[in-house]
Design a protein around this ligand. Structure first.
Ligand code: EPU
Length: 337
């Protein structure tokens, strides 16, 4: 374990922002992590996973700890279910492929999401009708203050839409080191109700899709509208889809009768932020090296050399305009540091 000084974080965040870390270290197991946590000469630490959900708006004057804890193991077989434990530092999509190769179902709709296994529960990643919570059994985390290991059950994680206890009460207090998933080895639950999946399957002439077909369809949909972070810096959806009251939505419908929405309980509706942003004329717009993706207005991109501040300025401009036009304040989905 080697602590480096003054290094660029460009290759460690999917936005490709060239911010610097005062100190930087990679840890590959729990013992190394404990050792680092106990180092008194580095009181302030920033824990980094796959770097796919952060916007660095300044240099980091802390010790950046990059979690590289690997390993995937079959923990137990339980009827048609299997319990699989994966290290926090495993790349998410590689883990999805690992499961698909063995015929374990549950992760296929979550194919190709950037990031690592250990950060997936923090924001309860979701796509194409499935959320992490649907396959989550438990996770193991180190309490930063005590170095003790704690296991969080699904209930304890209090998952919500792009939300969990790790964004609330437990924020900054724990480091997730491993996640256990409950997957299915037989009788897979095939979920194709999310519009575009069934269209793609129809186009391919697949009437009885298996989990691999779903994964392939999701991959092609994502590739058609979401930019590949290895080519164009981005962090997926920059904002959450806002949840508003039916009354606010009715006011929007007066001016925009075609406004899309998803009904929720308690007289609330969720509207796609991408639609709001597109209506405000930002889709495909570019401001220097920062821009709004031409295929999906919810994704802000770094065309090369943008600073985190420039991306954040664009985000702020979008928030102001959307608020002015629709009376809705968009909240970032990414962590703005
Ligand atoms: N839309 C537009 N213009 C746009 C983009 C979207 O009008 O530029 C409208 C369309 O009406 C479209 C609807 O928004 O039908 C939904 O768009 P899409 O299916 O692309 O999904 P989203 O709501 O924009 C969410 C997640 C994505 C996830 C997709 C698919 C959030 C914040 N984002 O996006 O997650 O891949 O659904 O399930 O919930 C991520 O979190 O990084 C992410 C990419």
């Amino acid at each position: 374990m080697h602590i480096e000084e003054n290094i660029s974080l460009k290759n460690y965040n999917t936005f490709g922002i060239d911010a610097r870390a005062r100190y930087f270290v990679e840890v590959s197991d729990k013992n190394e992590l404990l050792e680092i946590l106990s180092k008194p000469n580095y009181p302030e630490k920033l824990i980094l996973g796959g770097g796919s959900n952060i916007l660095l708006t300044a240099d980091v004057e802390k010790l950046v700890v990059r979690i590289q804890i690997k390993g995937i193991e079959l923990e137990a077989e339980d009827g048609s279910d299997v319990l699989v434990k994966a290290g926090a530092g495993e790349n998410w999509h590689n883990f999805v492929l690992w499961a698909l190769e063995r015929g374990y179902g549950g992760l296929e709709n979550l194919s190709l999401i950037p990031g690592n296994v250990g950060t997936a529960p923090i924001q309860n990643i979701g796509a194409y009708g499935v959320e992490l919570k649907d396959v989550f059994e438990s996770c193991e985390a180190l309490e930063i203050a005590t170095g003790k290991t704690r296991v969080f059950s699904r209930e304890e994680c209090r998952f919500g839409y792009r939300d969990s206890i790790f964004k609330r009460e437990a924020k900054g207090k724990y480091i997730i080191t491993a996640v256990t998933f409950r997957l299915r080895r037989t009788d897979h639950h095939i979920r194709i109700h999310y519009g575009a999946i069934s269209q793609v399957l129809d186009q391919r002439g697949i009437s009885e899709p298996g989990i691999k077909d779903i994964s392939d369809a999701v991959i092609s949909i994502r590739q058609s509208k979401l930019p590949d972070p290895r080519k164009i810096g981005n962090s997926g959806s920059f904002f959450k889809n806002p949840v508003i009251s039916e009354n606010t939505f009715k006011k929007i419908l007066k001016h925009y009768p075609e406004a899309p929405s998803y009904p929720l309980p308690d007289n609330q509706v969720k509207i796609p932020a991408g639609w709001l942003i597109e209506q405000c004329g930002f889709k495909g717009k570019r401001f220097g090296a920062a821009g709004v993706h031409p295929q999906q207005a919810l994704v802000l991109v770094n065309y090369g050399g943008a600073t985190g501040r420039e991306i954040w300025q664009l985000a702020s401009r979008i928030r102001e305009k959307v608020n002015e036009e629709f009376g809705v304040m968009l909240e970032p989905e990414v962590n703005v540091l």
